[in-house]
Design a protein around this ligand. Structure first.
Ligand SMILES: Nc1ncnc2c1ncn2[C@@H]1O[C@H](COP(=O)(O)OP(=O)(O)OP(=O)(O)O)[C@@H](O)[C@H]1O
Ligand SMILES: [Mg+2]
Length: 501
């Protein structure tokens, strides 16, 4: 493995924010090199510099010994570098094969394209990487994970030598994650170099040859992933201190079973999608939902908030029956929905953080007809410090925040509504291990104050630590329920696989 990419004394500032401070290390040809660091540590910034999307403020980058003079995506592409973003860039209305070979799709108007040949080439790539999709399928019929893999195949088909993956598994379930690991191994066996950013340390331990840790924009070190390297080592290097205790907060038990039922679903069903969904949520309870891809949990999460219509069934809120419901009805009734998909996160990306945080409070914060700037700022400060959101000022735009900090911001906006019931889809996706603990502690604090939570998560440890009960879905229906004390990895997986367990 020769030296392929050399990062030498690179710094990057955005105004007063120093995103990278004098970072130097190398990436070898053919290795899987992981980047690890807390939210806002500078990981995405670094790979944007490698992919030519950003230029460093100072320092240099060498590819195969030649210094990069002009930082531009086209130059990086010519050098064989491709980036798969945290937010995907697929063409949703086109087919899989058009996405794998976009140049052919563009050319159809003018040149002659042999669509059969394109499809068959796409098919052989799909097979080589062990995926089960058809080249003729439309992109919007694929799951997020499948779309992402198509984007990776596009890079491979274009002959890219270095593939930069920014949190590729943050939208994937376990099964898709395993498949992605397989794809990365395939790329490696073909000599492709992979730079891999993830907050899931177990994945990094599984897939990487070496790990570079960044902290607060600075380089901490690069470590061989050998027997001597432990997850604990990596975490303490990443946060700069020993993390004591468990990462997950413990949940105290306090007579929830006797509490008032605040939310009830009865026989919700939708053709070809889910059936017979019935459950109750009590005051101060955390109810979890788990299911493998295609089990129907995603539909349920959207259905109980009215983002997707049910064919039949009903909901009751605090004992009051609802025949019809939609987000417009839910929000004023104290029900909030927090989504995992950053792209449609509900942030006003072009308005300052301050305004984003104030959205839910416009009524409460106004002094007569004017909105009190002082109150707005105080409200924003409260959440910024509570969640430790890293940002230069409240006037920053959310799209300039790191991914994890955007996630925390969304959480804060939701809480600003003072909800009584919160439906959360993947609460800590894309959040670093330290902040994960903060968010869990915050959820537990909320329930102490009588808020009830329904959480959909693909992370079993998260469900174990947060939930009073977990409902497991399989094949579009509820397959079983586990109560505190019986919520274990084995029990959940057995039920999710559709066996009695
Ligand atoms: N365009 C920009 N304008 C201003 N600040 C920016 C911009 N891009 C990034 N930053 C800041 O630079 C720092 C590093 O951000 P970066 O996105 O690289 O973090 P990250 O390590 O990828 O974090 P995460 O794990 O949350 O994705 C953050 O403080 C972020 O707010
Ligand atoms: Mg990032």
């Amino acid at each position: 493995m020769g030296e392929y990419l050399e990062i030498r004394n690179i710094s990057k500032s955005y105004g007063v924010v120093r995103a990278l401070k004098d970072v130097s290390f190398s990436i070898a040809r053919g290795e899987v090199h992981a980047l690890l660091g807390e939210n806002g540590a500078g990981k995405s910034t670094l790979i944007k510099i490698i992919s030519g999307e950003e230029a460093p403020s100072s320092g240099s980058l060498f590819i195969d010994g030649a210094e990069v003079r002009v930082f531009h995506p086209a130059n990086a592409m010519d050098a064989g570098i491709a980036m798969v973003h945290q937010e995907l860039a697929v063409f949703e209305n086109m087919t899989v094969s058009d996405n794998i070979f976009p140049n052919c799709a563009y050319a159809t108007g003018a040149g002659f394209i042999n669509q059969r040949k394109v499809n068959s080439e796409a098919k052989s790539l799909i097979d080589l990487f062990g995926m089960s999709i058809s080249p003729r399928q439309k992109m919007d019929s694929l799951t997020l994970g499948q779309q992402q893999m198509v984007e990776i195949l596009r890079c491979v088909s274009a002959g890219r030598q270095l593939i930069l993956l920014d949190e590729p598994t943050s939208g994937l379930n376990q099964e898709e994650t395993d498949r992605l690991m397989g794809i990365i191994r395939q790329m490696k066996s073909r000599g492709i170099t992979v730079v891999y950013i993830s907050h899931h340390i177990s994945e990094i331990m599984e897939i990487s040859d070496r790990v570079t840790v960044l902290r607060d924009g600075a380089y901490v070190g690069t470590y061989e992933n050998d027997d001597a390297l432990t997850e604990t080592d990596l975490i303490s290097r990443m946060v700069g201190r020993e993390l004591t205790g468990t990462l997950y907060a413990a949940r105290a038990d306090d007579g929830i079973a006797a509490g008032e039922v605040v939310f009830e679903a009865k026989n919700l069903a939708k053709k070809n999608s889910v059936r017979d969904i019935s459950f109750r949520l009590r005051r101060g309870e955390v109810l979890g939902f788990f299911g493998l891809e295609g089990s129907g949990t995603n539909t349920v999460s959207r259905m109980i908030y009215g983002l997707e219509a049910a064919d039949s069934g009903e909901l009751a809120l605090r004992g009051k029956r609802l025949r019809k419901w939609s987000p417009d009805i839910m929000v004023p009734s104290g029900v909030m929905y927090l989504n995992n998909n950053r792209k449609n996160a509900g942030l006003l990306l072009n308005s300052p953080v301050l305004e984003n945080l104030s959205v839910p409070l416009l009524k409460e914060l106004s002094d007569g007809i004017f909105i009190s700037a002082r109150k707005m700022a105080a409200h924003a400060e409260k959440y910024i410090s509570e969640f430790n959101i890293v940002l230069p000022s409240v006037y920053q735009l959310p799209r300039n925040l790191s991914g994890g900090n955007q996630q925390k911001l969304m959480f804060s906006i939701c809480l600003g509504n003072k909800p009584e019931i919160i439906i959360i889809n993947e609460p800590t996706r894309g959040i670093d291990v330290g902040a994960k603990g903060e968010i869990h502690r915050f959820i537990l604090e909320l329930i102490k104050n009588g808020v009830s939570v329904i959480v959909f998560s693909s992370e079993i440890p998260e469900l174990i630590s947060l939930c009073d009960r977990v409902i497991v879905m399989s094949k579009n229906r509820i397959f079983g329920e586990l109560a505190k004390g019986n919520i274990t990895n084995e029990q959940i997986m057995a039920k999710a696989a559709g066996s009695a367990g």
